[in-house]
Design a protein around this ligand. Structure first.
Ligand code: ZN
Length: 512
C-alpha cells in the first residue's frame, strides 16, 4: 500500500505466472480509494482472470484467505447467492466485475490460497510486481458500464464500496456523536472529548454491563442515570434547584459548608469535603500497585500459557513481549498526578507540585501540563494520555497500564458518588425536610405557573444545561460525513464513540 493517509491513497497489485522457463509478470496495476488491501487483491484477481487463457483450466493463487473464500461464494456459487449477499458484500461492484470476467473466461478458473509473505518464488515475484504496480495505470470500475449492479451509492463524491447498510449505520453513529459533542452542556463539562478513553469511560458509566447485554436492574439504571447527568453537569445541585423552583428554594447555599453557592463546580470543591477527598484519593492511589500486580499476574500467566501451547504444537513462540510490571512508590504517583490534575494539590494542601519527578521525566513546568481537573475524575472521565504515562511509571505494557488507569478512575468515581454526592444528598434532604420541601411539593404542577414555579425547566435553566448544539445541524452533518469518508480513505481513525455501531462489548477485560 502506498500513500496511506494522503489524499490520493493507492494500492498496487501484481500478477505473475509460471511458464516453461521462469516466473513472468503478467499485469501490474493500482487502485485508489479505500485504504484496504482487499480492493487491491480483488483488482489483482480480476486482472489474473482476464489474463487467463479462455476455456482452459487455470489456478490462481492469492495470499488473502477472505478473498479466496468469497470467490467460492460470490463468483463460483453466484447463481445460488441471495441478492443480499451479492449487494451487501464489501466491494460488491468489484465482485460483479470478477464474476463477469469469470464467465467470459469459461468458468474454468480456480482460486487457491497461499501463505502470505512466504519466501516462495511466486510470492516474491508477485511482491516485486506489485512494487512496480505503484507506477502503473489506475484501475477503475465505470458505474455506467456495469451489467450487474445498476445503482451505485455515493457519499461525498466517493463511491460507497463497503456494505451500504454498515456505512449508513456508521454515518448515524458519527453524526450523533458530532451533534452530541457540539451541545452546550457537553462543551461545558467535557473539555476535550477526543482526549478521553471512551471505552474505559463507558465501562464505568454502564457499571461494566454493556448496553447490549440483557442484564437490567433498578440499581443499575439508577447509577447509570446519575452518571450520565453527572457527565453533563446536570446533577440537581441547589443552584439548579433554585433556578428551577425559586418558590421552593429561597437559597442555594451549600448545606455542607453553609458558605458558598452550591453548583456543580462547588460540589467537587467544597472545602468541608477536602479531608474526605484526600482519603478517597489516597485509597485509590494505594490500590494502583495492587491492581497492577494482579493484572500483571494474569497477563503473565496468559503469556506463559500461549508460549507453552506454541511449544507443544511445534510453532514458533508468539512474538508478544513478556509482560512486565514494577510497583511504584506512592509519593511518586502522587507527584505525577498532582502535576497533571488541577485541584489535587488543594486537596492535599501541601503545595508540593513535584518538580523532582518531572526533572527525571525530562519535562518542565508541571503547571502547564494541567489538562484535567479533579472533577473530570469524579465524572468518570478516563484520560487517554494516562495510559502512555503509566506505562512508563510502572514499566509495564499498554494493556496493563490501561487497565490500571480504568480501575483508578473507577475508584475515584465510586468514591465521589458514595462519599461526596450521597453524603451531600443526606444533608440536603434533611435541610429540605426542615424547610418543608418534600418530593410532593417538588412535582411539576402543570404548565400554568401556579405557585410561581416555572412552566418548564428549559425556560429558567442556563445555557450550560441546554442540549441545543452550538453549531447548527446543517453545519455539523457535512463535517461528520467528511470524517466517515476520510476514515475509509485511511486518513483518520474514528474515535470509539464514533464506532459505537461496531463495538461488540465495552469490557476491556474482566475487572472483577
Ligand atoms: Zn460547600
Amino acid at each position: 500500500m502506498r500513500d496511506v493517509g494522503k489524499e490520493d491513497v493507492s494500492m498496487a497489485f501484481g500478477v505473475v505466472y509460471q511458464d516453461a522457463e521462469a516466473l513472468r509478470t503478467a499485469i501490474t496495476g493500482r487502485v485508489s480509494g479505500y485504504a484496504s488491501s482487499t480492493k487491491a487483491e480483488l483488482a489483482g484477481l480480476l486482472a489474473a482472470i482476464m489474463a487467463s487463457p479462455r476455456d482452459t483450466p487455470t489456478t490462481i493463487r492469492i495470499d488473502n484467505l477472505a478473498v479466496v473464500s468469497q470467490f467460492k461464494t460470490l463468483v463460483q456459487g453466484r447463481q445460488d447467492c441471495t441478492e443480499r449477499q451479492r449487494l451487501r458484500s464489501p466491494y460488491s461492484a468489484w465482485w460483479a466485475a470478477v464474476y463477469n470476467a469469470y464467465s467470459h473466461q469459461g468458468k474454468k478458473v480456480n482460486v487457491e490460497w497461499v501463505k502470505g509473505h512466504a519466501s516462495s518464488q511466486g510470492n516474491i515475484a508477485a511482491d516485486n510486481a506489485a512494487t512496480l504496480g505503484h507506477n502503473s495505470g489506475l484501475w477503475e470500475l465505470k458505474d455506467s458500464e456495469h451489467n450487474d449492479i445498476k445503482c451505485h451509492a455515493r457519499l461525498k463524491d466517493e463511491t460507497v464500496e463497503d456494505d451500504l447498510r454498515r456505512v449508513l449505520k456508521r454515518q448515524s453513529a458519527v453524526r450523533i456523536n458530532a451533534q452530541w459533542s457540539e451541545q452546550n452542556r457537553t462543551k461545558e463539562n467535557i473539555s476535550n472529548w477526543k482526549a478521553i478513553d471512551w471505552r474505559a469511560t463507558l465501562h464505568i458509566i454502564h457499571n461494566g454491563n454493556s448496553p447490549r447485554g440483557l442484564f437490567t436492574s433498578p440499581a443499575d439504571c439508577k447509577k447509570r442515570a446519575h452518571r450520565i447527568k453527572k457527565l453533563h453537569g446536570m446533577l440537581p445541585t441547589l443552584s439548579y434547584m433554585k433556578q428551577w423552583r425559586p418558590d421552593l428554594y429561597p437559597t442555594d447555599t451549600c448545606r455542607t459548608c453553609q458558605e458558598e453557592q452550591e453548583d456543580t463546580r462547588h460540589l467537587w470543591n467544597c472545602f468541608n469535603t477536602m479531608e474526605k477527598q484526600l482519603e478517597g484519593w489516597t485509597d485509590a492511589i494505594a490500590a494502583t500497585n495492587r491492581d497492577g500486580k494482579r493484572a500483571h499476574a494474569k497477563a503473565h500467566k496468559q503469556w506463559l500459557k500461549a508460549a507453552k501451547e506454541a511449544r507443544e504444537l511445534g510453532r514458533p513462540a508468539p512474538n508478544q513481549k513478556e509482560p512486565t510490571f514494577t510497583p511504584q512508590k506512592e509519593d511518586i504517583i502522587w507527584t505525577v498526578l498532582k502535576a497533571r490534575i488541577k485541584g489535587l494539590t488543594g486537596i492535599c494542601r501541601d503545595g508540593n507540585n513535584g518538580e523532582d519527578w518531572f526533572d527525571r521525566l525530562g519535562e518542565e513546568e508541571p503547571e502547564k501540563q494541567w489538562k484535567w481537573k479533579t472533577q473530570d475524575f469524579y465524572q468518570g472521565l478516563t484520560p487517554k494520555s494516562f495510559t502512555e504515562e503509566w506505562k512508563t511509571i510502572f514499566k509495564t505494557t499498554a494493556t496493563i497500564a490501561r487497565y490500571m488507569v480504568g480501575r483508578f478512575v473507577n475508584a475515584i468515581e465510586e468514591f465521589g458518588r458514595t462519599e461526596i454526592w450521597n453524603k451531600r444528598c443526606k444533608v440536603t434532604i434533611e435541610w429540605e425536610r426542615e424547610n418543608g420541601i418534600t418530593s410532593m411539593s417538588k412535582r411539576v404542577r402543570g404548565r400554568n405557573c401556579i405557585g410561581n414555579h416555572r412552566p418548564s425547566r428549559s425556560v429558567s435553566i442556563g445555557s450550560t444545561f441546554r442540549q441545543r448544539p452550538v453549531m447548527g445541524v446543517k453545519d455539523i452533518r457535512p463535517e461528520a460525513d467528511d470524517r466517515i469518508v476520510r476514515s475509509y480513505l485511511g486518513q483518520l481513525n474514528l474515535d470509539a464513540m464514533e464506532r459505537l455501531d461496531s463495538i461488540k462489548f465495552l469490557m476491556i477485560e474482566d475487572r472483577g
